[in-house]
Write a protein that binds this ligand. Structure first.
Ligand SMILES: Nc1ncnc2c1ncn2[C@@H]1O[C@H](COP(=O)(O)OP(=O)(O)OP(=O)(O)O)[C@@H](O)[C@H]1O
Ligand SMILES: [Mg+2]
Length: 232
């Protein structure tokens, strides 16, 4: 479904990605792993048209999406749960969800009722403003909002960062449910253990270069790889 080849990206003179290959198959969950500053968010920015790559190709179902503005990428079925959540603080939970709702490439599957079924806590808080939510509730809202665009590829950048263990566990459970429903995902997360339980395949970035790629079973069997590229 998604194929990235030889991707290169720069911020001014400093290069953040070098010749990165990255693929996601339909319905596949792919982990994007690496320590802080290794280029994970940069790859995601390139994917969503938020940063123009200086080299390489990004193809969705065989067609190039390089140079498309973010809203066009969204219409093609990609949806982002960004680092830091970025919900609308002055809108209510329900307004946040409705504000971004679009039909999506596969038609309209997600409704308010379905999002509330996934996150009952959001229904209880539906009249509350974004600013009145806990970190966990904001994260649930960010995921719910992304789902309201009816994506076929959901990208989560550090979605469990800074959350209490019980909330984190709930988010992982929801992601497992979305996977079961056939939704493809790219997941960036520091919790490698939980990530490997969810992901089918993984790419490890080290200083903007692909340092390792393979299945979750292969990675789980090689703790030395995790220690080298992830553990601090
Ligand atoms: N807006 C920017 N301007 C200049 N350099 C940047 C910018 N954003 C990121 N960088 C640099 O690019 C490199 C990759 O950053 P990136 O945000 O992709 O890392 P990351 O893997 O997502 O890690 P983290 O989220 O922990 O920062 C880093 O060296 C970072 O300092
Ligand atoms: Mg990042």
């Amino acid at each position: 479904m998604l194929s990235i080849q030889n991707l290169a990206a720069k911020y001014g003179p400093s290069q953040a990605l070098f010749d990165v290959d990255f693929e996601v198959g339909a319905g596949q969950v792919v982990g994007l792993i690496g320590r802080n500053g290794m280029g994970r968010t940069t790859l995601i920015k390139c994917l969503f048209g938020l940063l123009r790559p200086v080299g390489g190709s990004i193809q969705l179902d065989g067609g190039s999406i390089v140079g498309l503005p973010p809203y066009r990428v969204g219409r093609m079925g990609l949806s982002l749960v960004p680092e830091g959540r970025q919900i609308f603080p002055t809108l209510t939970v329900e307004e946040n969800l409705v504000a971004t709702a679009t039909a999506g490439a596969k038609g309209k599957q997600w409704t308010l009722a379905k999002v509330y079924d996934l996150f009952p806590r959001l229904q209880e808080r539906r009249k509350n403003l974004g600013t009145q939510l806990s970190g966990g509730e904001q994260q649930m809202l960010a995921i719910g909002r992304a789902l309201m665009t009816n994506p076929r590829l959901l990208v989560l950048d550090e979605a469990t960062e800074g959350l209490a263990p019980v909330v984190r566990a709930e988010i992982w459970k929801v992601l497992a449910r979305l996977k079961q429903d056939g939704l493809a995902m790219i997941v960036v997360d520091k919790n490698t253990k939980a990530l490997l339980r969810l992901a089918d395949y993984n790419f490890i970035l080290e200083k903007g270069v692909t340092a390792w790629r393979g299945t979750s079973a292969q990675l789980a069997a090689q703790p030395e790889i995790i220690n080298r590229y992830v553990a601090v």
